[in-house]
Design a protein around this ligand. Sequence first.
Ligand SMILES: Cc1cc2nc3c(=O)[nH]c(=O)nc-3n(C[C@H](O)[C@H](O)[C@H](O)COP(=O)(O)OP(=O)(O)OC[C@H]3O[C@@H](n4cnc5c(N)ncnc54)[C@H](O)[C@@H]3O)c2cc1C
Length: 268
Amino acid sequence: MNYEVVIIGGGAAGLSAALMLTRARRSVLVVDGAEPRNKPAAHMHNFLSRDGQSPLDLLKHGRAEVEGYGGEIANDTVRGVTKTGDGFAVELSGRVVTGKRLLFATGLVDEVPEILRSRWGKDVFSCPYCHGYEFRDRKLAVFGEEMKVALVRQWSADVTHVPSVDGIEVEDDRLVAVISGSERIPADALVYSAQLTPRDEFLLALGAETSETPMGPFVRTDDKGRTSVPGVYAAGNVTDPAAIVIVAAAQGAQTAGMINVDLITAAS
Ligand SMILES: Cc1cc2nc3c(=O)[nH]c(=O)nc-3n(C[C@H](O)[C@H](O)[C@H](O)COP(=O)(O)OP(=O)(O)OC[C@H]3O[C@@H](n4cnc5c(N)ncnc54)[C@H](O)[C@@H]3O)c2cc1C
């Protein structure tokens, strides 16, 4: 099948781009592995008019909106991407599709150690803007840069910095302490700065350039989502680790507008 735009990743960034492009009557395929970064969290915050909604509900509604305008969504994982004469071939399981333009909205992976994984997005989290209010005025432990302690104090005066996290104690499904070395630090929640790994292997294979960020190298785009590779775009956490959901969605929409103009220019 041939599409004008293939979008890899159907989180907030990818679906938002798909909505713009399908409403602009472009043929669009979204390929999505359905592993959005905030899947472990029951509630999503800071999305105006959707505060407290389930992150998965947002995407369910987004998918329905895209499909309502004729967009196609494949529940699949992209296995490879290659440049062709006038576009790109995208390998899915059992078939290859082509797109004149590609948008990567593949997000990133939070490298959370095994000992914390079952509590991630509940009482262990990295983003105090997303979860801090729910733990306001409680006992909080902060792993990572001491600078983050000052930020977290915005939500509670009772904040302890933990230099290492060697384990946690849980009672009645509630975090009660963080083990740091030989110390046991009482805590209702742990703010854990996970190492971030962008899902950018295909972007890099296509030759996209990166720039250094405080969170490591991320694929560089301009403010319209263009990467250094003509015809290849990126939006959301794969290029901007700090983008919360509403920002990722905005980046998707912004990039979709640029892709549309690019297709018009190429056709004239
Ligand atoms: C625990 C937690 C809670 C959070 N809570 C909030 C919150 O309350 N409010 C807020 O604003 N932000 C929150 N965030 C941040 C939020 O998760 C991100 O802003 C948002 O997910 C970024 O959207 P995205 O579209 O860039 O990427 P994602 O939502 O991660 O979507 C990327 C999609 O691409 C798919 N994909 C990746 N590779 C492939 C491939 N090869 N083939 C096909 N599909 C692929 C993935 O399966 C996934 O579905 C939270 C983050 C975490 C970790």
